[in-house]
Design a protein around this ligand. Structure first.
Ligand SMILES: Nc1ncnc2c1ncn2[C@@H]1O[C@H](COP(=O)(O)OP(=O)(O)OP(=O)(O)O)[C@@H](O)[C@H]1O
Ligand SMILES: [Mg+2]
Length: 356
């Protein structure tokens, strides 16, 4: 294990609520981990705690077997071997690309520094820009300078706080792939911060979903998306239709207001137990004569997928469903449609209590 956080708490002076509450997690060698959560949930604070830019009120942080923060223990940021890439890149405006990248090197006169800087410039593909100042670079190029500057010191770990948020959609996707490629190639573990769920799903080995200073769920992208353990996760990581349900007397079905469904996964619940289920918008299929019938209230065409808001008509309930369909279906507002459920997209959620 490379990084270990144990029961970290941090409340800022005069704050009503803790910014970080009872947070524990580990980062393994070579792993890319993402903190995902809404604005103000404590993501940046957590990165700053790891970097040593904030002190925890309690708990401890261990980097490669060495305690760096905890009771009677404090290692300052410059001695932690952690690289950081900030949202605004924080490049030195008066230094050119080469000097920005070599800035972090300690023994500036060593001859192998020159090789190191050259290697790093190649790694991030800025060979033709070395003499330019940051103001003369594109957003994506500035981003690569910031990454190279963080990587040149061979950090144990790189922390990246919303590194793509200043880039437009196309460049963002491209930089995302490039940055992950560079991190994998240099075998540098990383903790990313984002509030973009698609970004988190696509780049991470592990996602930590945060809400109000706490980690609500941690797991692989597939675990977090397909088996959300809380309503917050089901709704924040992707979209969800949430429904009340009861386990049938044989334990194999869930009875809901939408009908009775077979539940193909292990659930460990007792017959009669009340549960909440999440159905992803991809979990429905338009069919000729399906068990769920409704009227299309709204349509949003998104290119690869069409979002439908469907008001149910054949069930005695007042409910709208969010449904994704393939654009091959030519549907219009007001159309009556019929749907069936695809069991793979149904998940039982542990509990929907708000996080305290
Ligand atoms: N230096 C500070 N002093 C006082 N309160 C702070 C300070 N820094 C952060 N906070 C508060 O701590 C909480 C967590 O802030 P943090 O910046 O970690 O959130 P975040 O998840 O990074 O949000 P965003 O996605 O908007 O960047 C917020 O309520 C914020 O107002
Ligand atoms: Mg932040």
């Amino acid at each position: 294990m490379l990084v270990k956080l144990e029961d970290i708490n941090k409340t800022f002076a005069q704050a009503a609520e803790p910014a970080v509450k009872d947070v524990s997690f580990e980062v393994q060698e070579g792993e890319i981990l993402t903190l995902l959560g809404p604005s103000g949930c404590g993501k940046t604070t957590l990165l700053r705690l790891i970097a040593g830019l904030e002190r925890p009120d309690s708990g401890q942080i261990i980097l490669q077997g060495k305690k760096v923060a905890g009771e009677n223990c404090w290692i300052p940021p410059e001695k932690r071997g952690v690289g950081m890439v900030f949202q605004d890149y924080a490049l030195f405006p008066h230094l050119n690309v080469r000097d920005n990248i070599s800035f972090g090197l300690k023994n500036k006169n060593e001859t192998n520094n020159e090789n190191k800087v050259r290697e790093m410039i190649e790694l991030v593909g800025l060979e033709n820009q070395v003499d330019k100042n940051p103001a003369d670079l594109s957003g994506g190029q500035q981003q690569r300078v910031a990454l190279a500057r963080a990587l040149i010191t061979d950090p144990l770990l790189v922390l990246l706080d919303e590194p793509f948020s200043n880039l437009d959609m196309n460049l963002r996707e491209k930089m995302r792939r490039e940055v992950v490629h560079i991190l994998r190639k240099s075998e540098t573990p990383a903790v990313f911060v984002t509030h973009d769920q698609e970004e988190a799903l696509s780049i991470s080995d592990k996602i930590l979903v945060m809400n109000r200073g706490q980690i609500v769920q941690q797991g692989s992208p597939r675990e977090v998306y397909e088996s959300p353990l809380a309503c917050f996760v089901a709704s924040f990581v992707g979209q969800s239709n949430l429904l009340d349900g009861t386990i049938s007397s044989d334990g194999e079905n869930i009875i809901t207001e939408l009908g009775t469904f077979e539940y193909p996964h292990q659930h460990g619940r007792e017959p009669g137990e009340e549960v909440i289920i999440s159905i992803r918008p991809d979990g429905f299929e338009l069919v000729e004569d399906g068990p769920i019938k409704g009227v299309i209230k709204e349509i949003a065409y998104k290119g690869g997928v069409v979002d439908l808001i469907i008001e149910l008509t054949n069930k005695n309930i007042n409910k709208e469903l969010l449904v994704h369909v393939h654009p091959k279906y030519r549907v219009a507002e007001g159309d009556e449609v019929s749907l069936k459920l695809l069991p793979h997209f149904i998940t039982m959620i542990g509990e929907c209590k708000p996080v305290m």
